[in-house]
Design a protein around this ligand. Structure first.
Ligand code: SAM
Length: 208
């Protein structure tokens, strides 16, 4: 099946919903979202909703992916960290915009699947690591941009230390019921950008 029409409609809808960064929209117009969802969900892959993936996790809704990517202000020279690979979809969107992406997933089957799919789709600038990245991934630091895609009690100091001095961190911060998208700026300020609901971050700096 050809999903180009669905992809274009999704991008039009994202523009209507207020996504302004044309580079983000162009990236999302390229990534075949239907490959990142369960086979039985391919028909609804481009609707604006989160969908279940294995291990009880989710692929985030397109608007939230677009909004977080827009907030990150990714440049083609950027070296990035994503915490929470899940399906690998967000990593593919980031890989369209950044120099390279390190993405870490605590569920080994998800990490393996995302790694194989991203390689099959030709994303040579993404490296998928299996493990706990609630306190980041020091071997590849510093990062120009860090994105956390699981609900976090706060932005861990370890992530701040692994971020470049002029870098940005974006994370859904709150409790396990509701969070706000938070941007941590280079001067330490944190700004809030709308309510979201993510599956929880686990591990050392996550929820118990
Ligand atoms: N970005 C993903 C995508 O595009 O499909 C969606 C991520 S899903 C909402 C959150 C993911 O974070 C889950 O796959 C979960 O297993 C993972 N996760 C939770 N805690 C983690 C941790 N401490 N380290 C790495 N991954 C974690």
């Amino acid at each position: 099946m050809d999903f180009r029409f669905d992809r274009d409609l999704m991008v039009q809808e994202l523009r209507r919903m207020g996504i302004r960064d044309e580079r983000v929209l162009a990236a999302m117009a390229k990534v075949p979202r239907e490959r990142f969802v369960r086979e039985e969900d391919q028909d609804v892959a481009y609707g604006d909703h989160a969908l279940g993936i294995p291990e009880g996790q989710t692929i985030s809704q397109p608007f939230v992916v677009a909004r977080m990517t827009e907030l990150l202000q990714v440049e083609p020279t950027h070296h990035m960290l994503e915490v929470g690979t899940g399906s690998g979809y967000q990593a593919a969107v980031l890989a369209e915009l950044a120099r390279d992406v390190v993405t870490v997933e605590r569920h080994l089957p998800l990490a393996d699947r995302a790694s194989a799919l991203l390689a099959e789709l030709g994303y040579e600038n993404v490296r998928v690591i299996a493990g706990d990245a609630s306190i980041g991934y020091p071997p590849e630091a510093p990062y120009d941009r860090i994105l956390v895609t699981a609900a976090s009690p706060g932005i861990a100091p370890e992530l701040v230390r692994q971020c470049a001095p002029d870098g940005l961190i974006v994370a859904p911060v709150g409790d396990q019921e509701m969070q706000h998208l938070v941007v941590r700026h280079p001067d330490g300020r944190e700004t809030r950008h709308g309510a979201v609901k993510f599956v929880p971050l686990r591990g050392r700096a996550g929820f118990r």
